[in-house]
Design a protein around this ligand. Sequence first.
Ligand code: GLU
Length: 450
Amino acid sequence: MNAYIERVLAETKAKNANEPEFLQTVEEVLSSLEPVINAHPEYEKACLLERMVEPERTIEFRVVWMDDNLQYHVNRGYRVQYNAALGPYKGGLRFASNVNLSIIKFLGFEQTFKDALTCLPIGGAKGGSDFSPIGRSDGEVMRFCQAFMTEFHRHIGQDIDCPAGDVGVGGREVGYLYGQYRRIVGAAEFGAMSGKAVCTGGSILRPEATGFGAVYYLREVLKHDGKGIEGLRVAMSGYGNVGWGIMKKIDELGGKVTYFAGPDGYIHDPDGVCGEEKLNFILEMRAKDPMHCKPYADKFGVEFVEGQKCWGVKDVDVYMPAATQNDVNMEWAKKIAESGVPYYIEVGNMPTTNDALAFLMEQKHLTVAPSKAVNACGVSVSELEMAQNAQRIYWTAEEVDAKMEAIMKNIYDASVEAAERYGLGYNLVAGANIAGFQKVADAMMAQGIF
Ligand code: GLU
């Protein structure tokens, strides 16, 4: 390994020893940059990697709110404003009980490269809280969001930082957060948050964007091998906003999601999650109880395998992990490799442990695509939302969809080109890291040292 990368990795490990998720992503990204760093000795002189791994700003704050029984609760809010060399900080807010600084930093670091890959003018950030909306009433969620924004508003703005949703932060939460922001600043500053409902300045297709974009990316991967989505069978994990969008688009394009997994086990529906009834049922099921997918099996009379993941099933063409981080470890990766299934398309952020990812990439029969490219359409449509807000206009669904397709094709092409340029062959994982890194690096070098 390049000595400069090795040194920065060692220093980062020493400085952030209590942040395993953050160290995992830094190691994954930096270790794929070797040929670029070798070709640019000036980066070491400019301390470029040291600057990249250190967030520009880390904000932690107290959030106090009252539940329906008039009890007070104290949660912690976070925003890691990672890198604004390319534009205003951009990235979601995650509300989940396991949120901590390590998770927000890993997400912010990934976001910086993902946002750069979109070729849109946005920097990278991530935030959230250890508050979980699961099991909370609507009033409790609203009061939490208002309390969160009462502190948070001073750190964001349409030219500063534009947060959006992530796990646990959907349209409802963004609505409450943006409403409180608007009341505090006393202006309809739409561009200070994205993922808003269309009636309050949101972009059409934003809720579907990440899932649809993942399928547009998959279409490019298949096209490379002379294949298409028609007749394709997919096994996935997750059926949140992103997973649901994938199911919908795959169905529209003539493929089938025949397996999907939730926290309680997995579903096998040989006919696929197709048609309005099934897709709507998924939405209802998730709204009632996001921890169980078994009701789908009860409703449609299909198989449910309790407590298991569907990685390793053989009667599919593509695996798409679209749930949480580290869903696929070495044990599951071995099953995936043995199955002979030819495509492993990451969707959720960091769904694969580093050893499992390296192992999967070594399998000759397998094409591996990285989440920071595959799931980049969500943040891309967020940026399109900012662009529409700045012009005070709405684009039509056709206009937004055409831009989504073009952005995803561009991300795929840029990744392929970057890997080839550095003699790495058809390597979508390294290609995405290099293409994203190069954009951020160029902007940082051009702006001088600060
Ligand atoms: N949380 C999403 C992501 O990981 C969306 C971020 C955004 O729209 O700003 O990219």
